[in-house]
Design a protein around this ligand. Sequence first.
Ligand SMILES: CC(C)(COP(=O)(O)OP(=O)(O)OC[C@H]1O[C@@H](n2cnc3c(N)ncnc32)[C@H](O)[C@@H]1OP(=O)(O)O)[C@@H](O)C(=O)NCCC(=O)NCCS
Length: 320
Amino acid sequence: MQIQTATINDVPEILELQHKAFLPVGEVLNWLDAPNITETIETALEEFPNFTVLKMVADDGKIVGSVRGKVDDGSLFIGRLMVLPEYQRNGYAKELLHKIQEVLPHNRVWLETTSDITSTYTFYEREGFRTFKTEHFDNGVSWVSMAKWELHTNRILLRPWREDDVEALYKYASDPDIGTRAGWPPHKSIEDSTEVLRNILMNDTTWAIILRETGEPIGSIGYMTNYTSTLPSRPNEPLVGYWVGKPYWNKGICTEALNLMIKHIRAVSDYKSLISSHFVDNPASGRVMQKCGFVPTGETCVDSDLSGMEKPMAVLRLEF
Ligand SMILES: CC(C)(COP(=O)(O)OP(=O)(O)OC[C@H]1O[C@@H](n2cnc3c(N)ncnc32)[C@H](O)[C@@H]1OP(=O)(O)O)[C@@H](O)C(=O)NCCC(=O)NCCS
């Protein structure tokens, strides 16, 4: 068996394989019009260029398995992992799953599947994937989104924020010592935190800082490229921001998180530099930046657009 990159000429054979591999699943779920089963050659051909598609080829040239993947801002989506029924239970799916992650650099990987087929679901769990979203379709199928995060140290991991993090978010973000230092109002209610989660934190360039020992989100870190501010930013220069819950200050946690994020940004983008700023009366934040290689530009600015506060901020930049 060999894993190779598929070409557009392979699409008809892969589509046939797809129908054969997913039909038994559709029968178990009583979902015979599932998109994987009903997909036409036209759609398959149209979608092909949007993905990297791998094929597993037997010695006689027959395609017995396939998987596809696509990276968006460091987030790898894996789909259509399939092996012909008569070739299943040989570890080929696992090989394909590993290979697609190897060939497409990423920091986060996610996929969608049903939790109704236990063998598939537990296979992904054994591979380190965890459910972050469940939908219940009208046809009775439970559809789950599962993800695995690669940004971690011995103590912390960075993973996308989830709606069920709201209690932890409120616990730390309601502390007035956090928001006022970072330039946002302390959360006043769980509803506040829910809104911030949905509108500000749940995106592909913001992560919850998770203490691995407890699994609890204890802070947040992220970067953004679309912002209006009076910072002396260069065009297309991401702005970095973070906070850590007070009980965890001065333990090196934010420094670890920022180093992880910088490593990720360097791996998945070609930005030339990062910019950040902190209120001049918040030296701990500047210290974190400096420990991670940021250098003060010597500039200060008052940026009430960004922070809502009329307080001078020191500006630092990390050149790659
Ligand atoms: C800034 C913040 C994220 C730091 O998190 P942290 O996990 O405590 O950071 P670290 O432990 O990695 O590093 C903190 C550094 O600041 C230093 N520090 C702490 N208080 C300081 C002070 N008053 N003056 C100077 N340095 C200080 C610490 O000694 C440490 O440096 P060191 O390792 O050289 O000793 C945290 O204090 C916080 O969330 N503050 C409120 C929100 C905020 O300010 N966000 C940043 C907005 S720009």
